[in-house]
Design a protein. Structure first.
Length: 362
């Protein structure tokens, strides 16, 4: 593995800085964050640049109904958070009823889709040399981003210290080519980009949630609190979400029992019967990402802006991500907190990024 990474050193820099996925930032056009721990590159997840997309979309599967889903009745709620620049202002939103997967799509479920359709994920496909001018063609190898803990405490300003582009990484091998899914069938599928999630959803006769639907479901009828589950990080002294404990990024104490992903349904469901709406893995939403969208968002069933814009990377097309992941903590990325948002470049993936699906209620 060391040899592979060394050979791809130039490629790593090109991929990580040319189009990076930033899940926390301080845009100049919006009032800056009230806290300093998530400024600049602090919560970056390196991106994979857009690649050649070939082949047709998978045909939808036979209607699978709403098995494994819960009916969310819809209603009004206060969306957003004043704690995060791109989640302001808090505003009133109404969403229509919809069905939502009780948990994130698992490795077993995604494998069924791949076997039925022959679908090849973006991380498994060849890279387009035109996207990497100046990088030798033999360095353009399929792969994806993997979190790699440092051996000591480091400054949190350079995410390349703990993120590595690893050749041969994909949903089947989420931590590198020598890793596997043995014993992990009930864990969330990761290393899937937005396009992969959309392809699965179409095959399953479903779709990705809007971020308004996602947040409404995560709040589960509760009044606005710091966390989706309430006001305390550890209610009654117990962890209720899979996040990072210890000193990031070198010393994960795994006090909650998990270094990386946890099997779905490990933690208590919310009042709507939904699991892991915070922590575990980031979840793709259907909305394009813009930090200023909430200023003019429709009050009824918002579906996101018509285009994407991120002041950190104006040329990148990004979609909203929600919920945080096993790498979030009060030291590093606090975006598992209620109302917060993440963002990801459309063709990028990592080992802390997955999704769940919804169906509009008739």
């Amino acid at each position: 593995m060391k040899t592979v990474l060394s050979a791809c050193a130039i490629f790593v820099v090109s991929v990580f800085f040319r189009k990076s996925t930033v899940v926390d930032y301080a845009p100049t056009s919006i009032r800056p964050e009230p806290i300093a721990r998530c400024e600049g590159p602090l919560c970056k997840i390196p991106s994979r640049t857009a690649m050649v997309r070939s082949g047709s979309l998978a045909e939808p599967a036979t209607d699978q109904g709403t098995a494994g889903m819960v009916l969310v009745q819809g209603g009004n709620f206060q969306m957003g958070s004043n704690e995060f620049a791109d989640a302001r202002p808090v505003h009133s939103v109404k969403v229509a009823p919809f069905w939502m997967d009780t948990h994130e799509v698992t490795n077993t479920e995604f494998e069924k889709f791949v076997k039925a359709t022959g679908y090849v994920t973006i991380a498994e496909r060849p890279l387009n040399p035109a996207d990497y001018p100046g990088v030798p063609a033999d360095k353009l190898v399929p792969g994806s981003a993997v979190f790699t803990p440092t051996t000591r405490a480091v400054s949190l300003q350079n995410p390349l210290q703990w993120w590595q582009y690893v050749a041969g990484t994909n949903w089947r091998h989420p931590l590198g080519p020598k890793s596997s899914l043995v014993g992990k069938g009930n864990e969330p599928v990761v290393q899937v980009c937005y396009d992969d999630a959309v392809a699965y959803a179409r095959w399953a006769g479903k779709r990705l949630p809007t971020e308004a639907e996602w947040e409404f479901a995560a709040r589960a009828g509760r009044p606005n609190t710091k966390y989706y589950w309430g006001t305390d990080l550890k209610p009654k002294g117990k962890w209720v979400a899979n996040i990072f404990q210890g000193n990031f990024p070198n010393a994960n104490t795994a006090e909650d029992g998990f270094q990386t992903t946890a099997p779905v349904r490990t933690y208590p469901a919310n009042a709507y019967g939904l699991y892991d709406m915070e922590g575990n893995v980031w979840e793709w939403c259907s909305d394009f990402y813009r930090p200023d969208y909430y200023v003019k968002s429709p009050a009824s069933n918002p579906k996101g802006p018509v285009d994407s814009y991120d002041p950190d990377e104006p040329g990148a097309v990004k979609h909203v991500q929600r919920g945080g992941s096993f790498l979030c903590s009060d030291q590093y990325c606090v975006r598992y907190q209620a109302g917060s948002r993440g963002k990801g470049e459309t063709s990028s993936a990592s080992n802390n990024l997955g999704f769940r699906c919804v169906i509009s209620a008739r």
